[in-house]
Design a protein around this ligand. Structure first.
Ligand SMILES: *Cc1c(COP(=O)(O)O)cnc(C)c1O
Length: 455
């Protein structure tokens, strides 16, 4: 038997030469991954891992570098059932949507240029009127994400002073976004009032002093306190603010533009109706229930929005042209005839169990009989969430394909799906692998069947 030795490891240059015959990639990048792979081989061979021959070591290196030199960010099939999945890029886009955007801003664009007057313009003009029309807001602006929007608004309204917020609303959104921390970073001091489950108007009133600069309401969309609870309505906070001449801001992370309860089962107040109460500023995400690109939207009183634009922090948070273009495209479709077709997030969220059952049967009919038997594939009823902390208490009805095999472990099934030509991301529950159909895009049905047949 052939025993592989460290001497069998080819030189970097030999492998590079072969690789460069059919890869047109940056040489330094190739070298970097190649070095890592060689290091890995070295440790395997030192640990007495055996390769068939010198040639097989060479081939192995070529293959692993080729695998690793694929594009890193690429398309996956979302089989989690969670339409607004932060790990999978939140709100999805149609490729036609992306292509139209690419054509519009191909090369140079009038990002900050006023074409009519021939002078410097403002990137916010591309978006402002759409938002103002949809939300009936006095003024609006956008930044990179809602966390940035909250930071900017807090800094503008409350830097050096106190922010009053209920203990029931000091939420963590995930990752490093926590309301107490962001208040601190904004330069303000948090003044907590009430208790975890109950906060009264009088709690807010008692906390007001000469240092108070802002009353903050946070939409606790990603968790639910139930039982013996009380919170103060936004309109009452606004009345209190007016009485003491203190601005009131609301962070409404998963805000929507349309009432979507009938179509999707998601109960969420529209930004327009929140603004009817007269808050000074409201912030929300562009890539949650709005269905647009990653962005933070700010609506409210003109005097505050104008000041936000002068704030130094704004420069660090301003959106790029790709985001602005995608958001313009998203906003234009709102309430238009093609709305449902064009807003992929809402289209997916609107699919009911009957629709998904039909999709599932279509996929099943395209799967080979032996694969169905091998993996015990069934169409089963499931419940999913919208995702990104949007209304987690409201479970949405869905359907999934379930996979279970006597020969192949469930983790291996999941891995094989991830390794297919388009990675499929599903989930495991009680030793069964599921691909939920709620977040499957139109025209991915056939692709999915193909992937299953090739498994
Ligand atoms: C999601 C959310 C945020 C953070 O928004 P990003 O767009 O992820 O930056 C902040 N506040 C609330 C209430 C949220 O739901």
């Amino acid at each position: 038997m052939y025993i592989s030795s460290l001497k069998d490891i080819p030189s970097i240059n030999d492998v590079l030469e072969k690789l460069e015959l059919d890869l047109t990639l940056n040489r330094d990048y190739l070298k970097l991954i190649l070095k890592e792979e060689i290091e890995f081989l070295r440790s395997r061979i030192s640990k007495k891992k055996v390769y068939k021959s010198r040639e097989s070591i060479f081939d192995h290196l070529i293959l692993s570098v080729k695998q690793r030199s694929q594009f890193s960010l690429r398309q996956v099939i979302n089989g989690t059932g969670i339409v607004l999945h932060t790990g999978l890029g939140r709100a999805p886009f149609r490729s036609s949507f992306l292509k139209k955007t690419a054509q519009r801003i191909d090369g140079y664009s009038n990002l900050e240029f006023d074409i009519i007057n021939g002078c410097r313009g403002d990137r916010q003009t591309h978006i402002r009127n759409y938002i103002n029309a949809i939300c009936e807001s006095e003024d609006s602006m956008i930044v990179n994400n809602n966390a940035g929007a909250v930071l900017l608004c807090l800094n503008q309204l409350a830097d050096g002073g106190e922010v009053i917020c209920s203990r029931g609303q000091l939420v963590e959104i995930g990752g490093s976004f926590r309301i107490p921390d962001i208040i601190e970073k904004s330069g303000a001091v948090l003044k907590e009032v009430g208790t975890t489950n109950r906060t009264h108007l009088s709690d807010y009133e008692k906390a007001i002093n000469s240092k108070t600069k802002l009353i903050l309401q946070v939409h606790t969309s990603n968790y639910l306190i139930s039982g013996y609870t009380k919170s103060v309505e936004l309109s009452k906070l606004i009345n209190l603010g007016e009485k003491h001449n203190i601005p009131v801001m609301s962070d409404w992370g998963s805000g929507t533009f349309t009432n979507m309860e009938k179509k999707t089962g998601i109960k969420e107040t529209t930004i327009k109706s929140i603004l009817k109460n007269g808050p000074d500023l409201v912030t929300f995400s562009g890539d949650k229930l709005i269905g647009g690109p990653q962005s933070g939207l700010i609506v409210g009183k003109k005097k505050w929005v104008s000041l936000l634009k002068e704030n130094t922090l704004y420069r660090t948070l301003r959106c790029n042209k790709i985001v602005i273009s995608l958001l313009e495209e998203t906003l234009r479709t709102y309430k238009s005839k093609s709305f449902k077709k064009n807003n992929l997030s809402l289209m997916l969220l609107s699919k009911n169990r009957e629709d998904l059952k039909r999709d599932g049967e279509k996929i099943l009919s395209k799967i080979n009989r032996d694969q169905i038997e091998k993996y015990n594939i069934y169409l089963t009823e499931t419940l999913v969430e919208a995702g990104s902390g949007s209304s987690p208490q409201q479970k949405l009805e869905s359907m999934a394909l379930s996979f279970q095999s006597d020969e192949i472990g469930v983790n291996e099934i999941a891995k094989n799906f991830r390794m297919s030509f388009i990675p499929v991301i599903g989930y495991i529950s009680e030793n069964i692998f599921y691909i939920d159909l709620k977040a499957l895009l139109p025209r991915q049905n056939i692709k999915l069947a193909k992937i299953i047949n090739n498994l």
